[in-house]
Design a protein around this ligand. Structure first.
Ligand code: ZN
Length: 378
């Protein structure tokens, strides 16, 4: 679909995000941004990325190209309106004309959140929903340091309300990254647990988008291309972090899976994972990976044929393959493994039933069906 070591931005068919896919691409950030018309750059990142040295590489490249830079690197995991607010306070007197998000999903989503408030005013709640911004946003450039969320291919920012703990999904086509820099050198420093959890999340994005009710010709091609890259590379990437080719495939696969979601949607595994995370605090990728094979088996038993036929001719074979991948990543496969108690399941099912993604699952699910999947996963 696109080739590694492309030093110029490439167009991914079916996506409006241009991609620079190159080892060491971060060192060319400055020249790439100059080509986009950048003068004053806000770099949004987090303390882990600073400690890994990625932030310094980015800043050096920006300085070499004569750009004026402001760093905001106080983003935390699952960014809240407080992180976004702090970023806006840092950014407003500086007056950037480009925003860069460098990090995992949290830094990229926070960068998008800052972009909304800086250009359109108000508070994050005003952008909760679809296409709420009325004025143009600043150009946004995404540089992922994990192969997982696919936020680098998406127009949504997920920002948490710290009071209600609601995850507000702010979707806006104007928030779509103009450019994504996929640099496999940046994912070499991920801890193995992070690589395993974010990688299985990317796999779940490919699997769920391939079968959801909003799928279409464009999204199906993206889901399949993502699945082929990710399924073939996951075991190698988690077993040997020095395997550059496997990391390259994971990074591109995660981006394409994100583009597949941008063109379609997800399904019940994400709804169930959100219920699990809300009640037990389980990390997103771990929760999604745990639920996914159970959801595939549930959907395959619906009597409507195999909704995952694009990826594998037999859905049970697909579920077994996902179990193998979870084992390779040393990830839990049952709710009892993450210390869920049986009496917590009804509350989790109640929350899962409120999740938007559940409505796009290929087999209809309500609270009772979601509870039955949790029970099967126990
Ligand atoms: Zn996910």
């Amino acid at each position: 679909m696109i080739s590694p070591n492309g030093s110029q931005p490439q167009q991914v068919p079916g996506s409006d995000v241009r991609v620079v896919f190159s080892a060491g691409g971060i060192d060319r950030l400055g020249e790439l941004l100059v080509a986009e018309g950048a003068k004053r750059v806000l770099l949004v990142s987090d303390p882990g990325i600073r400690d890994a040295g990625h932030e310094e590489r980015a800043v050096r490249s920006l300085y070499r190209s004569g750009l004026v830079v402001k760093v905001f690197d106080e983003v935390g995991e699952n960014p809240t309106t407080i992180h976004v607010g702090k970023g806006v306070i840092a950014a407003r007197p500086f007056g950037p004309n480009v925003i860069v998000g460098l990090g995992g999903g949290s830094a990229m989503d926070c960068g998008k959140g800052i972009n909304f408030l800086l250009t359109n005013g108000g508070k994050v709640h005003d952008y909760w929903g679809v296409n709420k911004a009325t004025k143009p946003l600043l150009p946004f450039v995404a540089i992922p340091t994990t192969a997982g969320t696919g936020s680098d291919a998406q127009s949504a920012a997920l920002i948490t309300d710290p009071d209600t703990h609601a995850k507000m999904a702010c979707w806006d086509r104007k928030a779509l990254p103009r450019l994504a820099i996929l640099d496999p050198q940046l994912t070499a420093t991920q801890p193995p647990r992070v690589a395993a959890a974010t990688g299985i999340d990317a796999i779940a994005h490919a699997v769920e988008s391939s079968a959801c009710t909003k799928r279409n010709d464009t999204s199906r091609k993206l889901s399949l291309a993502a699945w082929q890259l990710l399924e073939g590379a996951y075991e190698r990437a988690v077993n040997d972090p020095s395997d550059t080719v496997a990391r390259e495939r994971m990074l591109l696969g995660a981006h394409l899976a994100g583009a597949a979601i941008e063109n379609s949607m997800l399904g019940a595994a994400h709804a169930l994972a959100n219920g699990l995370t809300a009640v037990c605090g389980t990390v997103h990728g771990v929760a999604v990976g745990l639920m996914l094979p159970h959801v595939v088996r549930f959907n395959a038993a619906g009597g409507d044929g195999n909704p995952y036929a694009d990826l594998m001719p037999d859905a049970n074979q697909l579920a077994n393959r996902l179990d193998q991948l979870l084992q390779a990543g040393n990830l839990p496969r049952h709710l009892a493994d993450v210390e869920v108690k049986p009496d917590q399941l009804p509350e989790m099912a109640r929350i899962a039933a409120t999740q938007w993604t559940a409505t796009f699952n290929p087999r209809k699910v309500g609270e009772a069906e979601l509870l039955s999947i949790y029970q099967a996963a126990f």
